[in-house]
Design a protein around this ligand. Structure first.
Ligand SMILES: Cc1cc2nc3c(=O)[nH]c(=O)nc-3n(C[C@H](O)[C@H](O)[C@H](O)COP(=O)(O)O)c2cc1C
Length: 339
Protein backbone atom coordinates (compact mmCIF):
# COMPACT_ATOMS: atom_id res chain seq x y z
CA UNK A 1 0.00 0.00 0.00
CA UNK A 2 1.59 3.29 -1.03
CA UNK A 3 2.83 5.12 2.04
CA UNK A 4 0.07 3.72 4.16
CA UNK A 5 -2.85 6.10 3.78
CA UNK A 6 -6.50 5.72 3.01
CA UNK A 7 -6.47 2.32 1.31
CA UNK A 8 -8.54 0.59 3.97
CA UNK A 9 -10.38 3.72 4.97
CA UNK A 10 -9.31 2.94 8.52
CA UNK A 11 -7.74 6.31 9.01
CA UNK A 12 -10.83 8.04 7.78
CA UNK A 13 -13.23 6.13 9.98
CA UNK A 14 -14.57 8.81 12.26
CA UNK A 15 -11.74 11.13 11.27
CA UNK A 16 -11.66 14.90 11.01
CA UNK A 17 -9.60 16.54 8.30
CA UNK A 18 -8.52 20.11 7.77
CA UNK A 19 -10.08 21.31 4.49
CA UNK A 20 -8.05 22.85 1.70
CA UNK A 21 -8.47 26.62 1.84
CA UNK A 22 -6.73 28.55 -0.88
CA UNK A 23 -4.55 31.28 0.60
CA UNK A 24 -5.05 29.87 4.11
CA UNK A 25 -4.02 26.25 4.65
CA UNK A 26 -0.37 26.94 4.03
CA UNK A 27 2.38 24.57 5.07
CA UNK A 28 2.54 25.85 8.64
CA UNK A 29 -1.17 25.75 9.32
CA UNK A 30 -1.27 22.18 8.04
CA UNK A 31 1.79 21.23 10.04
CA UNK A 32 0.31 22.56 13.29
CA UNK A 33 -3.15 21.08 12.70
CA UNK A 34 -1.70 17.68 11.93
CA UNK A 35 0.74 17.72 14.84
CA UNK A 36 -2.10 18.49 17.23
CA UNK A 37 -4.12 15.53 15.97
CA UNK A 38 -6.09 16.36 12.82
CA UNK A 39 -6.59 13.08 10.93
CA UNK A 40 -5.10 14.65 7.82
CA UNK A 41 -4.78 17.99 6.11
CA UNK A 42 -5.04 18.95 2.44
CA UNK A 43 -2.89 21.53 0.68
CA UNK A 44 -4.39 24.63 -0.85
CA UNK A 45 -5.38 23.88 -4.42
CA UNK A 46 -2.37 23.92 -6.69
CA UNK A 47 -2.87 24.82 -10.35
CA UNK A 48 -1.58 21.64 -11.99
CA UNK A 49 -0.17 23.29 -15.08
CA UNK A 50 1.61 26.04 -13.11
CA UNK A 51 3.03 23.42 -10.82
CA UNK A 52 4.21 21.22 -13.68
CA UNK A 53 5.79 24.27 -15.31
CA UNK A 54 7.59 25.07 -12.07
CA UNK A 55 6.10 28.37 -10.84
CA UNK A 56 7.24 29.41 -7.39
CA UNK A 57 3.74 30.08 -6.06
CA UNK A 58 2.54 26.61 -7.03
CA UNK A 59 5.65 25.07 -5.49
CA UNK A 60 5.03 26.81 -2.17
CA UNK A 61 1.39 25.74 -2.12
CA UNK A 62 2.37 22.13 -2.67
CA UNK A 63 5.04 22.22 0.02
CA UNK A 64 4.54 19.52 2.64
CA UNK A 65 7.69 19.10 4.67
CA UNK A 66 6.78 17.86 8.11
CA UNK A 67 3.16 17.10 7.20
CA UNK A 68 2.27 13.43 7.14
CA UNK A 69 0.31 12.31 5.26
CA UNK A 70 1.08 14.98 2.69
CA UNK A 71 -2.05 15.46 0.60
CA UNK A 72 -1.63 17.72 -2.43
CA UNK A 73 -4.75 19.04 -4.09
CA UNK A 74 -4.50 19.73 -7.81
CA UNK A 75 -6.82 21.92 -9.85
CA UNK A 76 -7.11 22.10 -13.61
CA UNK A 77 -9.22 21.00 -16.53
CA UNK A 78 -6.68 19.38 -18.84
CA UNK A 79 -6.03 15.69 -18.16
CA UNK A 80 -2.49 16.02 -19.52
CA UNK A 81 -1.49 18.80 -17.11
CA UNK A 82 -3.31 17.20 -14.21
CA UNK A 83 -1.35 14.01 -14.80
CA UNK A 84 1.91 15.95 -15.09
CA UNK A 85 1.15 17.83 -11.88
CA UNK A 86 0.29 14.60 -10.10
CA UNK A 87 3.53 12.95 -11.22
CA UNK A 88 5.58 15.88 -9.99
CA UNK A 89 3.72 16.03 -6.68
CA UNK A 90 4.32 12.34 -6.14
CA UNK A 91 8.00 12.72 -7.05
CA UNK A 92 8.22 15.55 -4.50
CA UNK A 93 6.83 13.36 -1.74
CA UNK A 94 3.03 13.63 -1.88
CA UNK A 95 1.35 10.70 -0.11
CA UNK A 96 -2.05 11.36 -1.65
CA UNK A 97 -3.23 13.40 -4.66
CA UNK A 98 -6.63 15.07 -4.30
CA UNK A 99 -8.46 16.39 -7.36
CA UNK A 100 -10.42 19.63 -7.02
CA UNK A 101 -13.90 19.36 -8.51
CA UNK A 102 -15.55 21.68 -6.03
CA UNK A 103 -14.11 25.16 -6.34
CA UNK A 104 -16.92 27.57 -7.32
CA UNK A 105 -14.76 30.65 -8.05
CA UNK A 106 -15.38 32.17 -11.47
CA UNK A 107 -11.65 32.42 -12.09
CA UNK A 108 -11.49 28.63 -11.77
CA UNK A 109 -14.81 27.53 -13.29
CA UNK A 110 -14.28 29.98 -16.18
CA UNK A 111 -11.33 27.79 -17.14
CA UNK A 112 -13.61 24.74 -16.84
CA UNK A 113 -11.81 23.58 -13.71
CA UNK A 114 -13.04 23.07 -10.13
CA UNK A 115 -16.79 22.56 -9.88
CA UNK A 116 -17.21 23.27 -13.62
CA UNK A 117 -15.99 19.71 -14.12
CA UNK A 118 -19.28 18.55 -12.62
CA UNK A 119 -21.04 19.91 -15.72
CA UNK A 120 -19.44 17.27 -17.91
CA UNK A 121 -18.91 14.02 -16.06
CA UNK A 122 -17.43 12.25 -19.07
CA UNK A 123 -14.67 14.83 -19.21
CA UNK A 124 -14.34 14.73 -15.42
CA UNK A 125 -13.90 10.97 -15.65
CA UNK A 126 -11.15 11.28 -18.29
CA UNK A 127 -9.36 13.72 -16.02
CA UNK A 128 -9.74 11.43 -13.00
CA UNK A 129 -8.44 8.51 -15.06
CA UNK A 130 -5.40 10.51 -16.20
CA UNK A 131 -4.49 11.39 -12.60
CA UNK A 132 -5.10 7.84 -11.41
CA UNK A 133 -2.93 6.48 -14.18
CA UNK A 134 -0.09 8.90 -13.50
CA UNK A 135 0.73 7.98 -9.92
CA UNK A 136 1.05 5.02 -7.59
CA UNK A 137 -0.05 6.88 -4.44
CA UNK A 138 -3.75 6.94 -3.50
CA UNK A 139 -5.93 9.51 -5.24
CA UNK A 140 -9.06 11.19 -3.92
CA UNK A 141 -11.51 13.76 -5.26
CA UNK A 142 -13.34 16.64 -3.61
CA UNK A 143 -16.65 17.74 -5.11
CA UNK A 144 -19.87 19.62 -4.44
CA UNK A 145 -23.39 18.18 -4.61
CA UNK A 146 -23.53 19.21 -8.26
CA UNK A 147 -23.43 22.32 -10.42
CA UNK A 148 -26.93 23.44 -9.47
CA UNK A 149 -30.11 22.09 -7.94
CA UNK A 150 -31.19 20.58 -11.25
CA UNK A 151 -27.99 18.55 -11.59
CA UNK A 152 -27.05 17.05 -8.25
CA UNK A 153 -24.76 14.46 -9.80
CA UNK A 154 -22.25 13.91 -6.98
CA UNK A 155 -23.32 10.23 -6.57
CA UNK A 156 -22.62 9.59 -10.26
CA UNK A 157 -19.24 11.31 -10.10
CA UNK A 158 -18.34 9.43 -6.90
CA UNK A 159 -19.26 6.09 -8.55
CA UNK A 160 -17.04 6.91 -11.52
CA UNK A 161 -14.18 7.78 -9.17
CA UNK A 162 -14.66 4.57 -7.25
CA UNK A 163 -14.60 2.50 -10.45
CA UNK A 164 -11.31 4.16 -11.37
CA UNK A 165 -9.78 3.15 -8.06
CA UNK A 166 -10.11 6.38 -6.12
CA UNK A 167 -9.54 5.87 -2.41
CA UNK A 168 -12.08 8.34 -1.03
CA UNK A 169 -14.35 11.23 -1.99
CA UNK A 170 -15.12 14.42 -0.13
CA UNK A 171 -18.45 16.16 -0.65
CA UNK A 172 -19.18 19.76 0.31
CA UNK A 173 -22.92 19.83 0.88
CA UNK A 174 -23.70 22.71 -1.44
CA UNK A 175 -24.09 23.08 -5.18
CA UNK A 176 -21.76 25.31 -7.11
CA UNK A 177 -24.52 27.83 -7.71
CA UNK A 178 -24.94 28.23 -3.98
CA UNK A 179 -21.30 29.28 -3.59
CA UNK A 180 -21.22 29.65 0.21
CA UNK A 181 -24.81 30.81 0.77
CA UNK A 182 -27.42 29.01 2.84
CA UNK A 183 -26.52 26.00 4.95
CA UNK A 184 -24.61 22.95 3.80
CA UNK A 185 -27.07 20.10 3.20
CA UNK A 186 -25.53 17.24 5.13
CA UNK A 187 -28.46 14.91 4.44
CA UNK A 188 -27.92 15.30 0.70
CA UNK A 189 -24.44 13.79 1.09
CA UNK A 190 -26.15 10.52 2.08
CA UNK A 191 -26.89 9.79 -1.60
CA UNK A 192 -23.14 9.70 -2.20
CA UNK A 193 -22.46 7.57 0.87
CA UNK A 194 -25.06 5.11 -0.42
CA UNK A 195 -23.65 5.12 -3.94
CA UNK A 196 -20.09 4.03 -3.11
CA UNK A 197 -18.23 1.69 -0.78
CA UNK A 198 -15.10 3.84 -0.49
CA UNK A 199 -14.89 6.32 2.40
CA UNK A 200 -16.93 9.51 2.05
CA UNK A 201 -15.85 12.66 3.83
CA UNK A 202 -18.61 15.18 4.54
CA UNK A 203 -17.87 18.89 4.50
CA UNK A 204 -19.58 22.21 5.01
CA UNK A 205 -20.44 24.39 8.01
CA UNK A 206 -18.99 22.07 10.64
CA UNK A 207 -17.91 24.28 13.51
CA UNK A 208 -17.35 21.79 16.31
CA UNK A 209 -17.95 18.32 17.68
CA UNK A 210 -21.74 18.61 17.88
CA UNK A 211 -21.91 19.67 14.25
CA UNK A 212 -19.56 16.86 13.27
CA UNK A 213 -21.73 14.26 15.01
CA UNK A 214 -24.91 15.70 13.47
CA UNK A 215 -23.28 15.78 10.04
CA UNK A 216 -22.17 12.15 10.24
CA UNK A 217 -25.62 11.09 11.44
CA UNK A 218 -27.37 12.97 8.64
CA UNK A 219 -24.97 12.04 5.85
CA UNK A 220 -23.87 8.52 6.71
CA UNK A 221 -20.35 9.68 5.84
CA UNK A 222 -17.22 8.19 7.38
CA UNK A 223 -15.39 11.35 8.32
CA UNK A 224 -15.73 15.11 8.37
CA UNK A 225 -13.68 17.91 6.91
CA UNK A 226 -13.49 21.33 8.55
CA UNK A 227 -12.42 24.52 6.81
CA UNK A 228 -13.43 28.01 7.86
CA UNK A 229 -14.10 27.18 11.50
CA UNK A 230 -10.46 26.15 11.92
CA UNK A 231 -8.99 29.43 10.70
CA UNK A 232 -7.35 30.99 13.76
CA UNK A 233 -8.04 27.73 15.62
CA UNK A 234 -5.90 24.98 14.05
CA UNK A 235 -6.47 22.92 17.25
CA UNK A 236 -10.20 22.61 16.49
CA UNK A 237 -9.83 19.78 13.97
CA UNK A 238 -7.87 17.67 16.47
CA UNK A 239 -10.51 18.25 19.13
CA UNK A 240 -13.24 17.07 16.74
CA UNK A 241 -11.19 14.06 15.60
CA UNK A 242 -10.64 13.04 19.23
CA UNK A 243 -14.26 13.63 20.17
CA UNK A 244 -15.51 11.48 17.30
CA UNK A 245 -13.37 8.62 18.62
CA UNK A 246 -14.78 9.25 22.09
CA UNK A 247 -11.48 10.56 23.31
CA UNK A 248 -10.81 13.99 24.60
CA UNK A 249 -7.86 16.17 23.95
CA UNK A 250 -7.36 19.11 26.25
CA UNK A 251 -7.83 22.36 24.38
CA UNK A 252 -4.56 24.27 24.51
CA UNK A 253 -4.58 26.99 27.15
CA UNK A 254 -4.15 30.62 26.15
CA UNK A 255 -0.36 30.51 26.50
CA UNK A 256 -0.15 27.39 24.32
CA UNK A 257 -2.45 28.96 21.74
CA UNK A 258 -0.29 32.07 21.70
CA UNK A 259 2.77 29.89 21.12
CA UNK A 260 1.05 28.05 18.26
CA UNK A 261 -0.08 31.31 16.65
CA UNK A 262 3.45 32.69 16.98
CA UNK A 263 4.92 29.51 15.50
CA UNK A 264 2.50 29.79 12.57
CA UNK A 265 3.34 33.44 12.02
CA UNK A 266 7.10 32.93 12.21
CA UNK A 267 6.76 30.00 9.83
CA UNK A 268 5.01 32.21 7.30
CA UNK A 269 7.74 34.82 7.56
CA UNK A 270 10.30 32.10 6.93
CA UNK A 271 8.29 30.56 4.08
CA UNK A 272 7.43 33.74 2.18
CA UNK A 273 10.09 36.15 3.46
CA UNK A 274 9.33 39.01 5.89
CA UNK A 275 7.76 41.39 3.34
CA UNK A 276 5.37 38.92 1.72
CA UNK A 277 4.99 36.85 4.88
CA UNK A 278 3.55 39.69 6.93
CA UNK A 279 0.95 40.33 4.22
CA UNK A 280 0.19 36.67 3.68
CA UNK A 281 -0.28 36.20 7.43
CA UNK A 282 -2.92 38.91 7.85
CA UNK A 283 -5.96 36.69 7.54
CA UNK A 284 -4.47 34.32 10.08
CA UNK A 285 -3.51 37.13 12.44
CA UNK A 286 -7.03 38.55 12.29
CA UNK A 287 -8.59 35.14 12.92
CA UNK A 288 -6.29 34.31 15.84
CA UNK A 289 -6.95 37.72 17.37
CA UNK A 290 -10.70 37.49 16.91
CA UNK A 291 -10.90 34.07 18.58
CA UNK A 292 -8.52 35.14 21.37
CA UNK A 293 -10.45 38.34 21.92
CA UNK A 294 -7.70 40.29 23.66
CA UNK A 295 -7.21 43.24 21.31
CA UNK A 296 -9.20 46.46 21.18
CA UNK A 297 -10.26 47.82 17.81
CA UNK A 298 -7.24 50.01 17.22
CA UNK A 299 -4.85 47.23 18.14
CA UNK A 300 -6.62 44.81 15.80
CA UNK A 301 -6.47 47.33 12.96
CA UNK A 302 -2.78 47.80 13.63
CA UNK A 303 -2.24 44.02 13.70
CA UNK A 304 -3.67 43.55 10.23
CA UNK A 305 -2.15 46.65 8.65
CA UNK A 306 1.36 46.88 10.04
CA UNK A 307 4.20 46.00 7.73
CA UNK A 308 6.51 45.52 10.71
CA UNK A 309 6.79 41.80 11.51
CA UNK A 310 7.96 42.49 15.08
CA UNK A 311 5.01 44.71 15.83
CA UNK A 312 2.61 42.11 14.42
CA UNK A 313 4.22 39.40 16.56
CA UNK A 314 3.92 41.59 19.67
CA UNK A 315 0.25 42.33 19.02
CA UNK A 316 -0.47 38.69 18.27
CA UNK A 317 0.93 37.70 21.68
CA UNK A 318 -1.06 40.48 23.30
CA UNK A 319 -4.28 39.13 21.78
CA UNK A 320 -3.94 36.03 23.94
CA UNK A 321 -3.13 37.83 27.18
CA UNK A 322 -5.69 37.95 29.96
CA UNK A 323 -6.63 41.34 31.42
CA UNK A 324 -4.69 40.36 34.56
CA UNK A 325 -1.57 39.62 32.56
CA UNK A 326 -1.97 42.88 30.74
CA UNK A 327 -2.14 44.96 33.86
CA UNK A 328 0.77 43.03 35.31
CA UNK A 329 2.59 43.72 32.06
CA UNK A 330 3.52 40.07 31.66
CA UNK A 331 2.03 36.83 30.38
CA UNK A 332 -0.48 35.27 32.75
CA UNK A 333 0.36 32.01 34.48
CA UNK A 334 -1.32 29.09 32.67
CA UNK A 335 -3.69 28.28 35.57
CA UNK A 336 -5.19 31.77 35.47
CA UNK A 337 -5.88 31.72 31.76
CA UNK A 338 -9.10 31.04 30.00
CA UNK A 339 -8.78 28.15 27.54
C1 LIG B 1 -11.09 31.02 1.40
C2 LIG B 1 -11.47 29.65 0.92
C3 LIG B 1 -10.60 28.96 0.11
C4 LIG B 1 -10.93 27.68 -0.35
N1 LIG B 1 -10.04 27.00 -1.12
C5 LIG B 1 -10.32 25.72 -1.50
C6 LIG B 1 -9.36 24.97 -2.22
O1 LIG B 1 -8.24 25.41 -2.49
N2 LIG B 1 -9.72 23.70 -2.58
C7 LIG B 1 -10.94 23.16 -2.27
O2 LIG B 1 -11.23 22.01 -2.61
N3 LIG B 1 -11.85 23.87 -1.58
C8 LIG B 1 -11.55 25.12 -1.18
N4 LIG B 1 -12.46 25.80 -0.42
C9 LIG B 1 -13.67 25.11 0.03
C10 LIG B 1 -13.42 24.47 1.40
O3 LIG B 1 -12.45 23.44 1.32
C11 LIG B 1 -14.71 23.87 1.96
O4 LIG B 1 -15.21 22.94 1.05
C12 LIG B 1 -15.78 24.93 2.23
O5 LIG B 1 -15.21 26.08 2.84
C13 LIG B 1 -16.89 24.39 3.13
O6 LIG B 1 -16.35 23.92 4.35
P1 LIG B 1 -16.36 24.82 5.71
O7 LIG B 1 -17.77 25.30 5.91
O8 LIG B 1 -15.88 23.90 6.79
O9 LIG B 1 -15.44 25.98 5.47
C14 LIG B 1 -12.16 27.09 0.01
C15 LIG B 1 -13.06 27.81 0.80
C16 LIG B 1 -12.73 29.05 1.26
C17 LIG B 1 -13.69 29.80 2.15
Amino acid sequence: MPRGFLSAGALLARGALLAPLSGVTDLHMRRIARRLGATATVSEMVAAEDFARGTEEARLRAEGEGVLPHVVQLAGCDPHWMAEGARLAEANGADVIDVNMGCPAKAVTGGQAGSALMRDLDHAERLLAAVRGAVAVPVTVKMRLGWDDATRNAPDLARRAERLGYAAVTVHGRTRQQFYTGRADWAAIRAVAQAVAIPVVANGDIAGLDDARACLAASGADAVMIGRAAVGRPWLVAAVAAGLSNETVAEPDAAAKADLAAEHYEGLLALYGARMGVRHARKHLAAYADHAGGLDRDERTRLVTTTDPDEAARLLRRAFETPAARSAGQAARPETQAA
